[in-house]
Design a protein around this ligand. Sequence first.
Ligand code: 5AD
Ligand code: SF4
Length: 447
Amino acid sequence: MNFSDSEVVASILKKEGYELTDNSKEANLVLLNTCSIRDKAEQTVRNKLKNFNSLKKQNNKLKVGLLGCMAERLKEKLIEEEQVVDLVVGPDSYKDLPNLLNEVEHNQKAVNVILSKSETYGDISPVRIHNNGINAFVSITRGCDNMCTFCVVPFTRGRERSRSPESIIREIYELSEKGYREVTLLGQNVDSYLWYGGGPKKDFIKASNEQKKNSKRFSNLLDLIASNFPQIRIRFSTSNPQDMTIDVLETMAKYNNICNYIHLPIQSGSDRILKKMNRLHTRQEYLELIKKTREIIPNCGISHDIMTGFPSETEKDHQDTLTLMEEVKYDFGYMFAYSERPGTYAARNFRDDIKKEIKQRRLEEIINLQQKHSKERNQRFLNLTCPVLIDKSSKKSDGFWSGRTSENNVVVFPKENYSPGDIVQVTIEDFTSATLIGKAKKKSLAI
Ligand code: 5AD
Ligand code: SF4
């Protein structure tokens, strides 16, 4: 999401005459787009800021700004705590950057952290930064209304709102004209997408009958994009179990160009912990959704987010998470130790009582199990031939391309005469837990 937001910011600044540079010594303005999801993300930013003191000594014109969730969470306090920072701008205030930079030019510090109920940046064509010209992110919703008790996002990104289908289609059209082959539709909770003319999702009940009748949900949006761009692969992230609907799965099954992959965070396999996290579904409901997914899209790649050491998590709760993983057998996963975030319901009401070593040990157990499952799941590709979109050179060997299957597995294979952006039929000959290894046969008509 930050990657996508940075592209919006680059577009706003380009109109003001700014140019991008890879060389921080050459820059007169450095903007750090920040994340607050875990404490470690914030500490990384604070460490990075130390480098800018010496850069400022070398270039007295240099200004430093902090954007994103950390800006929103800490506001003016960031200017007091980090002397090197001149500018603090929250995720909904990027259009105000030209004014704020003007203030900064006059040696004032500038802050705008006002959250909006309607801003989606739908009218801005993002400038693609460091992009391979093949895959791009397209933001479709902003904010989140879910209020999971551990999560800082509702505080830093505000109320949930959706972007107009027209502006989404326009952006994808521009990408397709430039030769892009894959888009990932982005939102904190894509299944909750709802366009009824603009404004917060919560106000949908106040919409007119006409607006309600013409409203578009996520499955409608997917249908619209998939049918308009048959040559573009479509992915989306993140899905939320309580908001994911069967019509989304059916739309995925209907179109070849919607990838067979769902990222479906669970966080914990214990009903007691799920309730305490305010995740609005049970373990059983989640497992039923997985079952339905595999009925409708038999080969679907499925990944998770899991968190260990949420307040009061017992060994029994942890075992519930491990058994849930055994039941689902995910293809991939993103795993974290709980990090208390100031201001959240959990921070205000529950003690962060699981020792660091225990969180870490549980995390390792989960990571090890996931690695085992990833390898088992990868086995199903052995000797199969599947379409792979080439997106870059393999990091490990220059003679190999790296690409992805529809199910989101990384595949490497000898380069031969193929090029990035090609979709090729690759026969899988070997695999590890992280990678499929194969040989390309020919360019693919299927995508
Ligand atoms: N501590 C640890 N992990 C967190 N996540 C969100 N908030 C926290 C937190 N306070 C994880 C969740 C979420 C992913 C984006 O980050 O697993 O799905
Ligand atoms: Fe945070 Fe929950 Fe919203 Fe995800 S769904 S962004 S975890 S509040």
